[in-house]
Design a protein around this ligand. Structure first.
Ligand code: ADP
Length: 168
């Protein structure tokens, strides 16, 4: 197996919305590959109804990674392996927080390997400060009026406020 001279990784997810945990994983990935394509899945995994529209999820990601030219944020629909092929990516990165993430991630990686045997999956763990963080928990706290400034970047916080103001 040969290694391409420039390695691109896809970091897929629903990013509903992007948290500091996601940011940590994307930036860490640049330590081992040359470029990262953050792929925002149009259709959420595990049949979750997204809180933010696709355009909003993408807009937040772009703002958050504006300082990093090696990270590109794009939306995708359909199979992850097809998206990886289109982008010339040889690696997919996912974050692992706890044992609870493992089973689902392991299944997905094995299925994707059946679909695209040349694609490698790598799993990175976040900074310990982010290990308990999830987008759904952040939304729950924010919806109830809690302060989430330690868990998301300012552009995301603004949108969370706006989103949940509407509901009140
Ligand atoms: P999905 O809906 O596909 O699970 P998410 O947007 O929830 O997508 O997450 C994308 C990826 O980022 C997943 O691999 C998830 O485990 C990982 N992730 C989410 N939050 C964190 C975090 N706080 N630390 C590390 N990885 C995380």
């Amino acid at each position: 197996m040969t290694r391409p001279s420039s390695v691109t990784a896809i970091y897929p997810g629903s990013f509903d919305p992007v948290t500091l945990g996601h940011e940590d994983i994307a930036r860490r990935t640049l330590r081992v590959v040359d470029r990262v394509v953050v792929g925002v899945a149009e259709t959420a995994t595990q049949a979750k109804q997204p809180t933010f529209e696709l355009e909003d999820r993408l807009a937040m990601l772009k703002e958050v990674f504006r300082d990093e030219p090696r990270i590109e944020c794009v939306a995708f629909s359909g199979l992850l392996v097809e998206f990886a092929r289109e982008r010339g990516a040889s690696v997919v990165v996912r974050g692992l927080r706890a044992v609870s993430d493992f089973e689902y991630e392991f299944q997905m990686a094995q299925m994707n390997r059946e679909l695209h045997p040349d694609l490698e999956f790598i799993f990175l763990t976040p900074d310990v400060q982010m290990a308990f963080l999830s987008a759904s928990l952040v939304k729950e706290v924010s919806r109830l009026g809690g302060n989430v400034s330690r868990f998301v970047s300012p552009p995301v916080m603004r949108r969370l406020h706006a989103r949940f103001e509407e509901e009140r």
